[in-house]
Ligand binder design. Structure first.
Ligand SMILES: [Mn+2]
Length: 311
């Protein structure tokens, strides 16, 4: 979720930055409403629910209230942005009785015929492998695991990897489903036979240009009698980040570049989404003046960042 993320460097005015913080919260409300309407048995939150460095007490109070209002069991495995450090809100403030926060080591929580395991990260750089050597017992229940961790082959930079796990760890764990967080896009992990073994939903609300043009949302999961899991990705975000590359060869001044951009970007998307536009081609330096172009686009765009690679 990344509640109370600062959203700096995204071309947002201060007012719109606070609106974005509000929208991130609102996407959580949307997700919880869907869970209630569809009759979910429980809600799984795979970490990075808030930004521990920026989160305000009133956000946490509102979060606690929203989670309480669902009445559903809410299970949380802390991630690298909301890790179980000393003084973590998970450890020092009260949470509603229906909220369960997992500690650092894999621990089970049984809900009827399902056992949900979870483990939380203890720092922003927690690389301890929570699934290595893990094996769910054969006790007649279906086993799920909630983790903020990095799948090998997830395509992220080595420095950003947390609580990593391998396909072999997953294969040996005897899980019906692995509910994952950390990756900023929707990604399904499958077994060799094609069955779903786990998934990342990506954040409910788009939070940065790293998510430009990516699918993300919340996952509605159902489990059949055989233990096979079906997933549906539900978009709950208010706005998207979008990035595009534009050839501005032949544009002679910033207004001409702005006109090219307005021709290219649909007006409704400009008014709603967050854009990063990279200028390429051959154009005079004064035409590619970033600030002048951004100024010319201010009225039409919710947020726009120009960067120029034009020569
Ligand atoms: Mn993370």
């Amino acid at each position: 979720m990344h509640l109370d993320r600062p959203f700096t460097g995204q071309g947002l005015t201060p007012e719109r930055r606070s609106l974005r913080r509000e929208e991130v919260f609102s996407s959580l409300d949307r997700a919880l409403r869907i869970a209630g309407e569809r009759g979910a048995r429980f809600v799984l939150v795979a970490g990075d629910l808030f930004e521990a460095r920026h989160v305000r007490e009133r956000t946490l109070a509102r979060l606690a209230e929203a989670l309480d209002a669902t009445g559903l069991p809410v299970l949380i495995a802390p991630g690298n942005h909301d890790a179980l450090v000393a003084g973590s809100p998970y450890l020092v403030r009260p949470w509603p009785r229906n909220v369960h926060v997992f500690g650092p080591d894999p621990t089970p929580l049984r809900l009827d015929n399902v056992t949900i395991w979870g483990a939380g990260l203890v720092s922003g750089r927690d690389r301890r492998e929570r699934l290595q050597g893990f094996q769910a017992p054969r006790d007649g229940t279906r086993h799920l695991f909630l983790l903020h961790g990095s799948a090998s082959g997830g395509g992220e930079a080595t420095t950003r990897r947390v609580a990593p796990f391998s396909p072999a760890d997953v294969r040996d764990a005897r899980l019906s489903y692995l509910a994952l967080g950390h990756l900023h896009r929707f990604l399904v992990l499958s077994r060799r036979d094609g069955d779903v073994v786990g998934a990342y939903p990506g954040p409910p609300e788009s939070i940065s240009f790293s998510m430009a043009n990516a699918n993300h949302g919340v996952l509605w999961g159902t489990m059949g009698a055989t233990g096979a899991v079906q997933l549906e990705l539900i978009a709950v975000g208010h706005r998207r980040h979008r990035s595009l590359v534009l050839d501005v060869t032949a544009a002679t001044d910033p207004d001409a570049v702005a006109d090219l951009i307005l021709q290219r970007v649909p007006a409704d998307e400009a008014a709603r989404d967050l854009y990063r536009i990279t200028l390429v081609g051959r154009a005079p330096a004064e035409a590619a003046d970033r600030q002048e172009i951004e100024r010319a686009l201010l009225d039409r765009f919710f947020a726009v960042r120009i960067r120029s690679l034009a020569r």
